[in-house]
Design a protein around this ligand. Structure first.
Ligand code: KG4
Ligand code: ZN
Length: 334
């Protein structure tokens, strides 16, 4: 088969990212302009400000991605772009740009589900990884336990009923005054603490999750006692959420007889979660996969990889493709 060069765009939240990816697995460039510094003064992403900054960044990020990959626009075979889930205004910036490129170059357009992108981040690191496998998508917007039957076929086994896990990390960090984004800050402080504070257990039936109870418990605890040991609180929070992730994942692996576990999403950058999963998977004879740190959070390389598998499955879009802020992945079985 001939090589397929994809130009991929990601703009579903506060990262403007453009990548050039060959055959779904080889990243020739992956340029990301993060807006974290712009939004941190507000304690979270402000959608309108995010959209405006995507507009400012998209052209030069694209130019840099082409330059680093040493390819010309005419060499590109397919344009892939996130079309959901995410913030509608920010998605539309990337998508309109992608449509413009597809139209001008007369090349196919592929709309990519951002969640599928997070899963595909693992195909970049592990060239041998192929479905079927079980994946745990843990990010700022999502907490999904998914059975990946094939590259473009998914069955959601469970998901959060309230806050996403990354959202819980960010909210807990805000409550105790650590700032945004909270995940890496909680991880760093937890390293100096011991998980000795009892917090509510969270697992729900049918492989579902809930993270708002533990956040509220921490809010109440902190309001009652501002002198509470923050490193211990962070270590305890991290301990309990990890136990919850592990319990559902292991049970699903057993029920569906799956031996490959794939972590992805921003929260899979967390070293405690990685270590704990590594330890337990080794014990249970399960093979664990997780992306390199820079491919855990939002980036266009993962969109290029997922875009490739959609393209070869014939799932292309036309120029009427719209942004879908609450897009899900197919095959819900509960
Ligand atoms: O995947 P992502 O970039 O965006 C979404 O698609 O939602 O994930 C961002 C989330 C944020 O909530 C951030 O706090 C969290 O990932 N995160 C972490 C770590 N690094 C990023 N959470 C825990 N530990 C980390 N080291
Ligand atoms: Zn994401």
């Amino acid at each position: 088969m001939e090589d397929i060069l994809i130009l991929a765009i990601e703009s579903s939240c506060d990262e403007t990212s453009v990548a050039i990816v060959k055959n779904g697995r080889d990243v020739l460039s992956n340029i990301t302009q993060s807006q974290i510094d712009i939004h941190k003064i507000y304690g979270g992403v402000v959608p309108e400000i995010a959209s405006r900054n995507h507009i400012k960044a998209i052209t030069y990020v694209t130019e840099e991605a082409l330059q680093i990959a040493n390819v010309k626009l005419e060499d590109i075979d397919v344009i892939a772009c996130t079309y959901g889930p995410g913030l509608v205004g920010t998605i539309l910036v990337g998508l309109s740009y992608a449509k413009g490129l597809a139209f001008a170059l007369n090349k196919p357009l592929v709309g990519v589900n951002h969640i599928e992108g997070h899963i595909a981040a693992n195909y970049i690191k592990y060239k041998e990884l192929k479905p079927p496998f079980l994946t745990l998508i843990i990010s700022g917007g999502h907490t999904h336990l998914v059975y990946v039957e094939d590259y473009t076929e998914f069955k959601i086994l469970g998901k959060t009923r309230d806050d996403a896990i990354g959202e819980a990390f960010d909210k807990v960090a805000r409550i105790i005054g650590l700032g945004y984004p909270g995940g890496p800050k909680i991880e760093a402080l937890a390293k100096q603490g011991t998980p000795n504070i009892v917090l509510p257990s969270m697992n729900l039936e049918n492989f579902n999750f809930s993270f708002s109870g533990i956040k509220t418990a921490i809010l109440n605890m902190y309001n009652k006692n501002k002198e509470i040991n923050k490193p211990d609180l962070c270590a305890s929070f991290q301990y309990y959420v990890t136990e919850s992730l592990l319990a559902n994942t292991l049970e699903a692996a057993k029920k569906y007889n799956i031996s490959k576990i794939v972590l992805c999403g921003g929260v899979s950058a967390n070293s405690y979660i990685r270590e704990k999963f590594s330890e337990v998977c080794k014990e249970k004879n399960l093979k664990l996969y997780y992306p390199d740190i820079d491919l855990c959070t939002d980036n266009a390389a993962m969109i290029g990889s997922a875009g490739y598998y959609n393209y070869i499955a014939g799932k292309t879009a036309d120029l009427t493709l719209n942004g879908v802020p609450n897009l899900t992945i197919e095959g819900v079985i509960f």
